[in-house]
Write a protein that binds this ligand. Structure first.
Ligand code: PLP
Length: 363
């Protein structure tokens, strides 16, 4: 049975994108691959807002998120934490034996630029990790304000996860001074999972060059050397690169600004409708994500039961909450190819089904 995903990743993939993946395989050292790779660079750079190279990694985002740390952190990394993914990044740093300091905030609260400044001012750090859009709790931190603070510390290499916000709103990498900006295929880019993308600054590459033990698979210098030849270090997921080329056509046909406005409009539509149903936004109001909404389950509905019926009766699913806020929250994505019409269909189904969804026992 097929059904449509309104979870915040992976998300629904268009028929055009699926079709693009069926192109016959080509050798990854062939001129055909070089042409494919080089043809998508200009648009990727435009989307990232950068003149830096955009590397393609055959891995999920975590591959590059872990690899980036190993490439640039020597002294100590500051891990800004306000949800499941950013919490995990601190764990990942520890597992790699890197000196790491957590900077925790409540889930759903944004990362505070002043707290970042106070910590970086100690001079203890040479790297920082930051998640722009904490997908687990739908909280989007103020990236321009945070980057303004981080730019005050030129020794600190910034590693910024834009996994669930990239291409949903403008994130001008070079203007903001982001060193390593990372995204994944299965979130707002609306591709199947299995590819991650990252744009890397000259500064970060210079740091990597002198870094021992940066491994092989995610060695940014390997990526750079191959990039210069229009290739990737090892055999990439070529069908996903065809899919990416197809998606870039879609994005630029729609226009970046129109795409950003569409995401904002659909996000508001979902937020307004669920508010009318008596739910509150989980994150701090001004920091609600633009690519998904995370709601507090203020009506204590049995979200598992709701979702089972949405799937069986309407062939769609939303998300029942992540990690420690599973069941206490639910999330609805508006990333990717959604339209006013497709969001309305989903909302009509959700509202109608909620009317007869039981509440949780004892609540
Ligand atoms: C989904 C997500 C990740 C993890 O991505 P994978 O592709 O599963 O490795 C990391 N960060 C954020 C903000 C995400 O939304």
């Amino acid at each position: 049975m097929s059904y449509k995903l309104f979870i915040p990743g992976p998300i629904a993939v268009s028929a055009k994108t699926m079709q693009a993946m069926t192109a016959a395989p080509i050798g990854h050292r062939s001129p055909d691959f070089v042409a494919l790779y080089q043809s998508i660079q200009p648009r990727l750079q435009e989307l990232f807002g950068t003149t830096d190279p955009v590397f393609l990694s055959t891995s999920s985002a975590w591959g590059i998120m872990e690899g980036a740390l190993r490439n640039v952190c020597r002294k100590r990394v500051l891990n800004c934490m306000n949800g499941a993914f950013s919490d995990k990044w601190n764990d990942v740093a520890n597992r790699n034996g890197l000196p790491a300091t957590p900077l925790p905030f409540e889930w759903g609260q944004p990362v505070d630029p002043l707290a970042v400044r106070a910590e970086l001012a100690s001079g203890a750090y040479d790297a920082i990790t930051l998640i722009h859009n904490e997908t687990s709790c739908g909280c989007m931190s103020d990236l321009p304000a945070l980057m303004a603070v981080i730019r005050e510390f030129p020794d600190v290499i910034s590693i910024v996860d834009t996994v669930s916000s990239f291409s949903a709103l403008d994130i001008p990498k070079d203007e903001l001074g982001i060193d390593i900006m990372i995204t994944g295929s299965q979130k707002a880019l609306a591709l199947p999972p299995g590819l991650s993308l990252c744009a890397v600054s000259v500064r970060a590459l210079q740091r990597a060059e002198t870094q021992p033990n940066r491994g092989y698979y995610f060695d940014l210098i390997e990526f750079l050397k191959n990039h210069e030849k229009g290739m990737t270090p090892s055999t990439p997921n070529i069908p996903l690169i065809y899919a990416l080329r197809s998606k870039l056509e879609d994005i630029f046909a729609e226009g970046r600004e129109t795409r950003f406005e569409r995401h904002a409009r659909l996000n508001t539509k979902v937020r307004t409708t669920l508010r009318e149903q008596g739910f509150e936004l989980f994150p701090a109001e001004e920091f609600g994500s633009l690519s998904l909404n995370c709601f507090a389950n203020t009506r204590h509905l049995d979200i598992g039961a709701l979702n089972r019926r949405l799937k069986a009766e309407h062939a769609l699913v939303i998300d029942g909450g992540y990690g420690k806020i599973k069941g206490k929250t639910f999330r609805i994505s508006n990333m990717g190819d959604e339209t006013d019409e497709s969001i309305q269909i989903m909302l009509d189904a959700v509202v109608a089904t909620m009317a007869t969804t039981p509440t949780l026992e004892g609540e």
